[in-house]
Each structure stands twice: as structure tokens, then as C-alpha cells.
Design a protein around this ligand. Structure first.
Ligand SMILES: Nc1ncnc2c1ncn2[C@@H]1O[C@H](COP(=O)(O)OP(=O)(O)OP(=O)(O)O)[C@@H](O)[C@H]1O
Ligand SMILES: [Mg+2]
Length: 233
């Protein structure tokens, strides 16, 4: 299976990158680094010359650019070269709520996959940050259906995808999203049982067709973005 480098050195060493043409879900609490992960992945894909689309539902391009600038990532250049594109769905939440009020939840079914309609035909990589904005009033079954449809659509198009979901929404739907995807990574903060200090850890919940560690990977967010600092065997 072909692999796409994530741009997180330690993670690439362990997994050899994300399986090409499949979807990996990244979940985590507020501030755990989901968006930085997404940007780092988008930057890495741009460097691998893969046509990449970053779909943002909460922050606008300026926010993402500011965040990228803080790490010295030249996303503006990639954007100018046309290798990296941004689709801003910020404000969609407001529209969706409006629509739901007037036409009801039924009509919104399958909405996740509609997110993809605006993507250029030749898109190879997609980052969706995040799905949590489109889940109001869904039942767990509807949520699972929509996720499945989205992932099916991505796979049909041969797109390697990183889909971000906040942990609150993920647990609201009983972590069902974890079953639909090819790979899943959870970002967390925890207290180190030995040192008593708080640290950021990453759990590779699953990665089909890939050997994954059972241990948490400790990571930091520093001037290079997300960096794995665990010993990598
Ligand atoms: N240049 C930087 N250097 C070090 N740490 C940073 C830098 N920029 C941001 N951070 C840290 O990263 C955190 C934010 O990460 P990010 O925005 O990716 O989180 P998130 O999981 O997407 O959060 P949300 O759920 O709110 O979208 C900040 O709270 C801050 O602690
Ligand atoms: Mg974010």
C-alpha cells in the first residue's frame, strides 16, 4: 500500500505514513493540537506534490495562515502554486441551523458528503477541520450514516483524508466514527504517572494494514509544530 508522509517525523518512522486513498480520523480535546496536526499534514502533502484541499469549518484562512506562520510554514506559497487550496465553510453552522429550522433535519441528510462537492476533481488529499460543526440534532445512526457516506465518497475518489472531530462530539455519538475509518488517532493531555507532570500524548487507536504501537506517544507543540518525543523503536 502506498503511504503519504504525515510530516510528523516520529509518527512517519513508526507507521511509514498514512495509507494512501484512505481516511484517518483525528480526535482530541480543545487545544490538543488537531488543527496544527491538520496544517502540518497539509504542508507535508504539499511538499510531496500532492494536490491538497484544506476544508475549514471554524477558522478562516487568515487564522490558519497566522498559525502556520508561527511555525514558519509557507502555506501562502503552496496556495499560490495551486498545490494547496482552502475551502472556508466558516459560517456554515449558522446557515445549517437556519436551514434546519425552516426545512427540518431530514433534508440535511448526507450533508457531510456535500462538503466534498466544492473540491477540485483532481484533489489527492483532503483535510476536514472539523466535522463537529455539522452534527447538531443528529441521532447516532444518522451520524454514523453520514460519516460512512463521506468516507465512502472519499475512497471512491481515491483521496487520502485526515478528518478532524472534537472529542466531545465523538463521545456524544458513542465514538461510532472510530469504526468507520481506516485509521484513528486520539490526542490527549494526561498526568504522567511517574513524574506527576502533565504531558500531551497521542494514542494510535487503530491503523489498518499497519503495525502500530500500543503505548501512548508523547508529543509536544513547539516551534516546529507537533513533535513526537517518545523513544521510537
Ligand atoms: N507557535 C506555537 N508554539 C507552541 N505552541 C503553540 C503554538 N501555536 C499554538 N500552540 C499551542 O497549540 C494549541 C492549539 O492547537 P490547535 O489549535 O491545533 O488545537 P485544536 O485541537 O485544533 O483546538 P480546537 O478544538 O479549539 O480547534 C494552543 O492552545 C497552544 O497551546
Ligand atoms: Mg482546531
Amino acid at each position: 500500500m502506498n503511504r503519504v508522509k504525515t510530516g510528523l517525523l516520529g509518527l512517519d518512522q513508526i507507521t511509514d505514513g498514512f495509507p494512501a486513498g484512505r481516511t484517518v480520523l483525528v480526535t482530541g480535546d480543545a487545544g490538543s493540537g488537531k488543527t496544527i496536526f491538520g496544517l502540518q499534514f497539509a504542508k507535508s502533502c504539499s511538499e510531496q506534490n500532492l494536490k491538497t484541499v484544506y476544508i475549514t469549518t471554524e477558522e478562516d484562512y487568515e487564522d490558519l495562515k497566522r498559525q502556520s506562520d508561527s511555525f514558519g510554514w509557507k502555506i501562502e506559497e503552496y496556495k499560490k502554486n495551486g498545490i494547496l487550496n482552502f475551502i472556508e465553510l466558516a459560517g456554515l453552522r449558522a446557515r445549517v441551523t437556519e436551514a434546519e429550522m425552516s426545512i427540518g433535519v431530514e433534508a440535511m441528510k448526507g450533508n457531510f458528503a456535500k462538503i466534498l462537492q466544492d473540491m477540485p476533481e483532481d484533489t489527492q488529499v483532503a483535510v476536514i477541520d472539523s466535522l463537529g460543526s455539522h452534527t447538531a440534532k443528529l441521532t447516532a445512526y444518522e451520524f454514523r450514516d453520514r460519516i460512512d457516506l463521506l468516507i465512502y465518497e472519499l475512497k471512491q475518489r481515491g483521496i487520502t483524508a485526515l478528518v478532524i472531530l472534537d472529542s466531545a462530539t465523538s463521545s456524544e455519538f458513542n465514538e461510532l466514527a472510530l469504526f468507520s475509518v481506516y485509521g484513528a488517532i486520539r490526542l490527549m493531555k494526561r498526568e504522567n504517572p511517574y513524574t506527576g507532570r502533565r504531558e500531551r500524548v497521542m494514542d494510535i487507536v487503530k491503523m489498518r494494514s499497519t503495525k502500530t504501537p500500543i503505548q501512548f506517544l508523547t508529543y509536544e507543540i513547539d516551534e516546529n509544530g507537533l513533535e513526537i518525543i517518545s523513544e521510537v523503536e
